[in-house]
Every structure is written in structure tokens, then in C-alpha cells.
Design a protein around this ligand. Structure first.
Ligand code: NDP
Length: 435
């Protein structure tokens, strides 16, 4: 804490991982040597920079840009870029730390990083967003590269923003590789990348449920968020025969007791992806839904909850409400959406709880597949990428079983994911000496 003052999210993420790892390290003392843990909790490099740009009224705006290059032990730094007013060093350090273990779990050779800015894209014109992205990249481009650090999207950064940043990177570097993943299909993007995090979360939830002898078909599901991850989680959950009852955004929650349909999902996409509007706009366009301003979805009774919005959106009280209402599985599409008390509550009540670093790894895994296709200058079909994504989610599940199965046969997915990710990164660090 003394080394990282005022970084509560970073301390939260590190504490969770170290608590999981400690009994394992005691049993395998070679992982307690060579300052391994001390090195692992210190990012390799943190870059903080000024982003100045001019808004539509000719006014100069100044934001802060960041890139946390946490670990390159198993491959180039890899992780998204977030634009949200809440962005600060603590949040990006927690995300880069988590990303390191998540990327190790994917089986692909990617290190961990994360970046972003406190820029708020809400209410900004397309021209302002483009100018901001270009200003951001005018500094970041010198720190990234397809073998160095490969950014992607995250909250507030979708295909449009990745395109602007990829284009500016290409211009400044005079190289055809646009470095970013999540690019448009016509300039090196991979099929299934936009869908991958949401789809992967549902694939993982299915693996967890199947292992417990249950199936998602017919279950009531709540989703939070209504952005990239949430929309494709809704789509895939519906395709598995589940009844999706909720979505949310930062203005409130939609409850739809009739369940989502592909038609309603298309309207949600129009409202969020094209109009950049709030969910009250969705409620105006769809019959028989309730919009609950400023509420989260966790009081709605469901068997499966898929939090896909942001960190710490499920508190201990929310978790207890979900448990009281009969939730059996929680699979995280977002990063660290459950706070420490919520995780404790799920584990204590034997909820099948899949932490984000396992269940949402499909996004970065497919980014890894995009990097492979770019390197080979080939493109794989929709079916091929989807099949690889499913195989990776199954492999992650298997790793969680390997390290998370307890003597009574129950599975602790938190321990499983943390230890499996750690072992790969730690072995690479030990093999490379003190660097
Ligand atoms: P988007 O920006 O597309 O969507 C984010 C959604 O969450 C929006 O509905 C947004 O509401 C809502 N939201 C954001 N912040 C808050 C908040 N403070 N309170 C309430 N609602 C909030 O982002 P993504 O879908 O890409 O990311 C969602 C989560 O998934 C993040 O935790 C991200 O780190 C994680 N993730 C994303 C991956 C990806 O491939 N994109 C990969 C792995 C994890 P509003 O529309 O009102 O802003």
C-alpha cells in the first residue's frame, strides 16, 4: 500500500490474486524465490502523457493519456484502451495486472498491458472523437508496435475509435501494420473479434454449467451494460435458449420480463451504437419493457448473471440479493465487476462464479488470433475463428479445473484462473533471469 498510495482498485486486484496464490506458493517454494512476486506486482513500464486537442468551438482541451506496460514475459504487451472520465492510474494498473494473467490463460503468447484516458466521449461529435484519438496516438505511437505493444478497444473505445487510432498509427509510423486489434475488416481486422468477449463469456458460462450438470437453456439471465460485451452476450445467451431479462447502462436498467429477441437486440444496437443514446431511448422504442432510472439489474431474480459493464458494479449487498433470489452461476464479461465482498458471498454460497480473467478472455484471445492472421497475411473464416474461440474457452476451463478443484470436488474458479495464469507467467520469468 505504501508503494501504491491512493490506488484502491490496484490493491484490490493484487490482494485477490496474492490470496489465491499464497497456499500454492507455499506448496511450490520455487515460486517464492528470485523476488518473483515483488517483480510481478510492479509494472515493467508506465507511460503518462498530455493529450491536447481542439474541440468544435475552437477551445483547447487537455486530457491525460496512459499506457501501463505490465508484463512482456510471454509476449508483446497486449490490452485495451479505455476512454472514460473515471480513468486513472489505479484503474489502469489493475486492468493491466489482470490482463497479464488473462492473456497467459488464453494459451497464446501475449503479455499484459492497458491504456486509456480520462477523455469522456459522451456528447462529443464524431470530429471531436477523431481529433482526440489522433492527439492521443500522436504520443502513444512511439511506444507501441506489433512486436512491442498491441492495444485494442475497451470501454468508450469501439471499432470507430480503434479505426481512428489505427489510421493515425499507420500514418506516423509509415508502416502498413496498424498495430491495434479490433480493426475494421477491410484493414486487417478479424471476423468474430467484435463478438468475441460476449460470445466467449457465454461459452465459458456454458462450460461451467455443463460441468455442474446444468444447461443454460430455459434459464433466466440478467446482463448488465449495453455496450460491446453486453450486446454479444445477450445474442449468444439467447441463441443458447436462455431468456435474457435485463440490460443496463450508466443511466439505469431495462427489465423485460418477456425476454430479449433478435429484433429487440437490433433496436438496442441502433440506440447504443449509432445514436450513442441512453436506455430511456430504447424504452421509448420497445413495448412492454420497464426502464428503472439509476438502478442496477441485480434485484431481478435470475439463475445466471452476466455482469458486462464495469468494475465493482456488484457489491456484497447486490451479491446477497442475487443469492437470495436463486442465482446459480455468475460469469463476468466485465473486468472485476464483483467487489471483494461480492466474490466472498458467491464463494461462500457455492455459486458457480467465473471471474473475468477466465470468462472474458475470449476477446483478447481473438485479438491474438487477429495478430496471427495479420502476421501470416491471411484471413480465417467466421467458422474457423469461432471454432478456435470455443476451443480456447474450453482450454481455459480445463486449466481452471486443474488448479481450482478442491478436495471435496468443488471448483474454485478464482483460484483456478489465478494459479493457472500465474504458473505460465512465473515459469517464463524464472526462465529469463532477473530482468
Ligand atoms: P462499452 O463502452 O462498449 O460498454 C460499456 C457499458 O457499460 C455501457 O453500457 C456503459 O454505459 C456501461 N458502463 C460503463 N461504465 C459504467 C459505470 N461506471 N456505471 C454503469 N455503467 C457503466 O465497453 P465494453 O463493452 O467493451 O466493456 C465492458 C466491460 O468489459 C469492461 O469492464 C471492459 O474492461 C470489459 N472487457 C471488454 C473487452 C472487449 O473486448 N471490449 C474484453 C474483456 C473485457 P453507457 O453506455 O451509459 O456509457
Amino acid at each position: 500500500t505504501e508503494r501504491n498510495p491512493n490506488q484502491p482498485e490496484y490493491m484490490q486486484a493484487v490482494t485477490e490474486v496474492v490470496e489465491s496464490l499464497w497456499p500454492f506458493i507455499m506448496e511450490h517454494p520455487r515460486y517464492a524465490e528470485h523476488g518473483l512476486l515483488d517483480r510481478l506486482v510492479e509494472p515493467e513500464r508506465v507511460i503518462i502523457f498530455r493529450v491536447s486537442w481542439v474541440d468544435d468551438h475552437g477551445e483547447v482541451k487537455v486530457n491525460r493519456g496512459y499506457r501501463v506496460q505490465h508484463s512482456s514475459s510471454i509476449g508483446p504487451y497486449k490490452g485495451g484502451v479505455r476512454f472514460h472520465p473515471s480513468v486513472n492510474l489505479s484503474i489502469l494498473k489493475f486492468l493491466a495486472f489482470e490482463q497479464t494473467f488473462k492473456n497467459a490463460l488464453t494459451t497464446l503468447p501475449m503479455g499484459g498491458g492497458k491504456g486509456g484516458s480520462d477523455f469522456d466521449p459522451k456528447g462529443r461529435s464524431p470530429g471531436e472523437v477523431m481529433r482526440f484519438c489522433q492527439a492521443f496516438i500522436s504520443e502513444l505511437f512511439r511506444h507501441i508496435g506489433s512486436d512491442t505493444d498491441v492495444p485494442a478497444g475497451d470501454i468508450g473505445v469501439g471499432g470507430r475509435e480503434v479505426g481512428f487510432m489505427a489510421g493515425m498509427t499507420k500514418k506516423l509510423s509509415n508502416r502498413s501494420d496498424c498495430v491495434f486489434t479490433g480493426k475494421g475488416l477491410s484493414f486487417g481486422g478479424s471476423l468474430i473479434r467484435p463478438e468475441a468477449t460476449g460470445y466467449g463469456t457465454v461459452y465459458f458460462a456454458q462450460e461451467v454449467l455443463r460441468h455442474a450438470g446444468r444447461y443454460m437453456e430455459g434459464m433466466r439471465v440478467s446482463v448488465s451494460g449495453s455496450g460491446n460485451v453486453a450486446q454479444f452476450a445477450v445474442e449468444k445467451a439467447m441463441a443458447q435458449g436462455a431468456k435474457v431479462i435485463t440490460v443496463s447502462d450508466s443511466s439505469g436498467t431495462i427489465v423485460d420480463e418477456n425476454g430479449f429477441t433478435p429484433e429487440k437486440l437490433a433496436i438496442l444496437g441502433e440506440v447504443k451504437n449509432h445514436l450513442y443514446a441512453r436506455l430511456d431511448e430504447y424504452a421509448k422504442r420497445v413495448a412492454d419493457v420497464t426502464f428503472l432510472p439509476n438502478e442496477k439489474p441485480w434485484h431481478v431474480p435470475v439463475q445466471v448473471a452476466l455482469p458486462c459493464a464495469t468494475q465493482n458494479e456488484i457489491t456484497g449487498t447486490d451479491a446477497q440479493t442475487l443469492v437470495n433470489n436463486g442465482v446459480i452461476c455468475v460469469a463476468e464479461g466485465a473486468n472485476m465487476p464483483s467487489n471483494a465482498e461480492a466474490v466472498e458471498c458467491f464463494l461462500h454460497n457455492k455459486v458457480l462464479y467465473a471471474p473475468g480473467k477466465a470468462s472474458n478472455a475470449g476477446g483478447v484471445a481473438t485479438s491474438g488470433l487477429e495478430m496471427s492472421q495479420n502476421a501470416m497475411r491471411l484471413t480465417w473464416t467466421h467458422e474457423e475463428v469461432d471454432a478456435r474461440l470455443q476451443a480456447i474457452m474450453q482450454a481455459i476451463h480445463k486449466s481452471c479445473l486443474k488448479y481450482g478443484t478442491k478436495p471435496d470436488g468443488s471448483i474454485n474458479y478464482v483460484d483456478g484462473a489465478n494459479i493457472a495464469g500465474f504458473v505460465k507467467v512465473a515459469d517464463a520469468m524464472l526462465g529469463q533471469g532477473i530482468v
